[in-house]
Every structure is written in structure tokens, then in C-alpha cells.
Design a protein around this ligand. Structure first.
Ligand code: 4NP
Length: 157
């Protein structure tokens, strides 16, 4: 899960997807990172922590880190929160970039639309609530799409 600062959106995405995977019995390794590195070593923004906690998810132990090109090799899927993040991921990844692995996170919910999760960084708590809801819906869609693909693959064997 990748955003710019790795303190607002992608920590929510990491926390929500991790909980969803545990609930679904999936043992996926979930991580998040930011393309700008401005907040490396910091915990998630206090409002991201607050909205996560309101929804029963503790993200307080996450630590911001910068996205690196080796992440493209280390993970099966890389989800970007917005188009500016996609452009930065392409720059950082260089010739490691793999279009089959990297996608806009909201494409799980709205295929091929390349939509942004709005950045709540400059706003108030409402923006963080909205980001939470959108990310939560996209996580649910991701798992639904995963299980649908799994079923199709298995019935073809
Ligand atoms: P995020 O929000 O990408 O959702 O973590 C931001 C946090 C910090 C900055 C930009 C976006 N910043 O420029 O410091």
C-alpha cells in the first residue's frame, strides 16, 4: 500500500487489509510505504490513528518508511492511493517497474477508472473518516475479487 507520506492513507490501508485478511484466514504479508520519505520513522498521523481506532483497528505501532524499487520484487501486488503516487512509484522503480504488479487501489472498486483516494493531509477529521470509508470499501472489493478469481482458477483445473 503506497501513498506520499505513509502517514495518512496507506497506514489505514495496511491496517484495514491486515485485519480483513486475518478475519478471512489469509496469511498475506501486508506492508505500506510512502514515496516522499518526509515522515520516515514517524507513526501514522494522529487522525488516521483516531479513525482507525473508532473502527476497531490499532495502527499505532506502524512506522513510516520510504518506498524503494526493491519493493517491486518483494511484493506480488503494489497498490497506489493516487495518480501522483503512481508517477512517483514509476520514477523510484525505474526499470524495476512492473505494470502487472502495480495498480491504483481504487481500481479494485471501480475497475480501470484510475481514481484517487483523496489526500486528507491538509484537512480535518472528516477527510480522514472519508478516506477510511473509501479504503475499507476497496479492501472489501479486493478480497471479493481475489476469492472470485480463485474460484474461477480452481474450477478451470
Ligand atoms: P499521505 O498524506 O500520503 O496520505 O500519507 C500526506 C502526508 C504528508 C505529506 C503529503 C501527503 N507531506 O507532504 O508531508
Amino acid at each position: 500500500m503506497v501513498c506520499l507520506g505513509n502517514i495518512c492513507r496507506s497506514p489505514l490501508a495496511e491496517g484495514i487489509l491486515l485485519k480483513s485478511c486475518i478475519d478471512a484466514g489469509l496469511h498475506w504479508q501486508i506492508d505500506s510505504a510512502g514515496t516522499n520519505g518526509y515522515h520516515t520513522g514517524e507513526p501514522p498521523h494522529h487522525l488516521s490513528q483516531k479513525v482507525a481506532k473508532k473502527n476497531g483497528i490499532d495502527i499505532s505501532s506502524q512506522v513510516s518508511r520510504k518506498f524503494k524499487k526493491e519493493d517491486i520484487l518483494a511484493f506480488d501486488r503494489i497498490y497506489v492511493m493516487a495518480d501522483d503516487v503512481m508517477q512517483e512509484v514509476k520514477k523510484i522503480a525505474g526499470n524495476y517497474f512492473d505494470k502487472n504488479k502495480v495498480d491504483y487501489f481504487l481500481n479494485e472498486l471501480h475497475p480501470s477508472k484510475n481514481l484517487d483516494v483523496p489526500d486528507p493531509w491538509y484537512g480535518d477529521e472528516d477527510g480522514y473518516d472519508e478516506a477510511y470509508q473509501l479504503i475499507d470499501e476497496a479492501c472489501a472489493a479486493l478480497l471479493k475479487n481475489y476469492f472470485a478469481t480463485l474460484q474461477t482458477t480452481q474450477s478451470n483445473v
